[in-house]
Structures are given as C-alpha cells and as structure tokens.
Ligand binder design. Structure first.
Ligand code: MG
Length: 383
C-alpha cells in the first residue's frame, strides 16, 4: 500500500507521523529508527526514515532482456538540526535488489551515532561495514545526506563542486524497443522536445528501430545495445551503418564479460563506445582504460553522489569520457545525478519523465536541455 493511502487508512496526516510514536509502532516498514521525537532546530543527531514507493511508468519499458510497467522504489529522508534531506533507492530488476532487501539494509543503518553530516567519508565507510553491496540503499542515504549538507551550506551541489550550470548538456530521451508503428508514434510524442534521443537496440530489429525513428526526426541519436549483440564483426558493421544514420555514441555493445572483444570494437569503431553494464562503481573505472572510450555513471550502481564525483574525476584523469545516467526514478535521484551533468559529455536523465507519480519538482528539461534549480542541496521542491 502506498504511504499516503496507508496513513489515510490509519486516519492520520503526514504531519502527525513525526509526532506520534504509537502510530509509528504500527507502521514498522514505513518509518524506521530514531523517530521517538521530531527533529527540530538544535537537534544535532542524524535521523533516518524511509518508506516504499512504487513508480508507475507512463509506457511499458522494453530493453533487450525484459519488459516492465512499474519500478520498485524506496524513498528516504534524513533529518538534522531542523533540516530535512531527501534520498531515493530505485530498483530495476537487473540490479538484483528489491524493496525487501533495501529496507532490510536501511533498518540496519543507525545514523544517530553521527552528529556531523559533513563527515561524509566516515558515514559512507560505516555503510560499507553494514553490508558490502546494496548500492541503491547506500545511494539513497548518500543522496539524502548530500541534500542535508547542501541545505546547511545554503548551496546546490553543482556549485559546491564548482561546476557551471549553463554547461549542462541536453538530456537524451529513451525510445524503447517496440513494433515500428509504435516506435514512430513514441518518437512523434517526444520530437521537438529533445535535442538528442537514445534508441534501445539489441533485440534483432536494430535497423528497423533506427529507420522508424528517422521517419520522424533528424536529431542526433545515441544507441544502447544493453549487451544485446554477440558478434564483434557484426557490431563494427552495424556501428558503421549507425554512424551514417546520425548516431553519435554506442553504449554497451556486447555482454559485460567480453572485455577483449569490447576493446577490439572500441579500437575499430568510428563512434565512441561507452560502458554501462560493465561499469558499477569506483573500482571499475581504472580497468576500463583502453577497453572503452567512456563510462556511464549511475548513482544506483555506484552508491551515490560521493563516489559518482570520484568516478568522474578518475575517468577524466585517465583521459576518458563521462556520461551520467539514471534508472526510472522520481525527480529526487534524477536531480541528484543532474548536479554532475555540467561536466559530462552525455546525460541520460529522463527517468523522472518516464513516471506518472513523481513526488518532487527538481531538475527540469527546458528545450531539451537539463536546467538545474538554484535551490540548495539537490534542488528539490516537494509536490
Ligand atoms: Mg545503458
């Protein structure tokens, strides 16, 4: 049951939640530890709470391996000194996490042991001691913590990092695999709103997919094969054809374990090759040198903004290109990722546009370009 409906069923409003421990006892999975008293100004303990939230997709989403209409999600809040920060864990099935696994992780997190949210290194190291993985759960805590810190500083993260928001790129908008007439229709719906589109390939009808999009628009395209090709020579022949069709970048052409073949494709490709499925966190960046031209950084895979920034720095130091991507997410996690976008070559931040039940206003897309708000932290306004 959704949180609002659940609370309504209990006959209480959201405001009552922070005030009523007896009620909280009845909703063990909705709100977590340290909720005995509301966080108020002067209260210098970090307090974590969370609740499951199912994302409703506008369209059935199809990639090489599966289709889906919803995405499981957990919303996180951290309160400190009267300030509330928002975070989010989004769990598309290929990440191997679920609402149950993420909430189980979050229940083990006791942030009340920390009295200074700026001690990010200590807090993130503590999360790693609880569990080695559960990256969406860690990302949710990390994002909420960044939101708190930005609000304490009174500045958005792109500014804290020293980035120029006028350099935000246009975001790609994803066209999923479908029948030609559906692809034409979907492309028509978004044509004119975006300056660059991302087309999902690897389902065996790649040329048909591109030709359907090209019936509607001539904007540059990126393609995401999602490991869907198997033969490296086929990949190179296809990439040459794609270049002639105005494609500018190829994401994850072969399965992630085919490192040598991917390196061979990168060497012979007329288009830049980006790693996505083979790129999880910070420790994966260095091994990608010489294998691909660029990496796709996603908060749900790397554990949040703290490591995303480190991945950007490391990739640049290795002479690699950088892309920032997302899952289907609310504007919370998308706006957190967007703080990094001014220094990226490609941004694929359409996750909030793919859902019907967003909870926030944050980063917006204006004439196809990512536009960051000046609100502090990750820049959210609760809807
Ligand atoms: Mg991808």
């Amino acid at each position: 049951m959704k949180r609002r409906k659940f609370l309504k069923a209990l006959g209480i409003g959201a405001a009552a939640v922070t005030m009523a421990p007896d009620v909280l006892a009845k909703v063990p999975d909705m709100f977590n530890i340290n909720r005995e008293a509301p966080a108020t100004a002067g209260d210098k303990k970090l307090r974590l709470s969370f609740y499951p939230y199912e994302l409703q997709l506008r369209h059935t989403f199809t990639v090489a391996e599966y289709s889906r209409t919803t995405t499981p999600d957990v919303q996180v809040e951290i309160e400190y000194d009267g300030i509330k920060g928002y975070g989010e864990a989004s769990m598309p099935q290929y990440l191997g996490e679920s609402v149950a696994s993420v909430t189980a992780f979050l229940k083990k997190v006791d942030l009340s042991r920390f009295t200074d949210p700026f001690q990010m290194e200590d807090i993130m190291a503590y999360l790693d001691t609880i569990q080695p993985k559960c990256m969406p759960g860690k990302a949710a805590v990390d994002i909420a913590l960044h939101d708190v810190i930005g609000k304490l500083l009174g500045a958005p993260w792109y500014k804290i990092w020293g980035f120029n928001k006028t350099k935000c790129p246009s975001t790609t908008f994803t066209i999923g695999m479908d029948k030609p007439e559906v692809v034409v229709e979907k492309t028509r719906e978004c044509a004119g709103k975006f300056n660059i589109l991302k087309v999902k390939l690897g389902g065996g009808h790649d040329k048909e997919m591109i030709q359907s999009v090209r019936k509607v628009t001539n904007v540059p395209l990126t393609v995401d094969v999602n490991q869907g090709w198997t033969d490296r020579q086929f990949a190179i022949d296809m990439i040459h054809w794609l270049k002639e069709q105005g494609v500018v970048m190829v994401e994850q052409p072969l399965p992630k374990n085919r490192i040598d073949d991917i390196a061979w494709i990168t060497e012979h490709s007329p288009l830049p090759i980006f790693a996505d499925e083979m790129m999880q966190g910070l420790s994966d960046v260095l091994p990608m040198k010489g294998v691909v031209n660029g990496i796709n950084i996603k908060l749900m895979k790397c554990g949040g903004m703290h490591d995303a920034y480190k991945m950007y720095v490391m990739a640049r130091s290795l002479g690699m290109r950088v892309m920032v991507g997302c899952m289907t997410e609310t504007s919370c996690a998308v706006s957190a990722a967007a703080q990094l976008s001014p220094v990226t070559d490609f941004a694929d931040l359409d996750g909030n546009l793919l859902i019907k039940n967003d909870l926030f206003e944050g980063m917006i897309v204006n004439k196809g370009k990512i536009t960051l708000p000046d609100r502090p932290g990750i820049g959210l306004k609760k809807l």
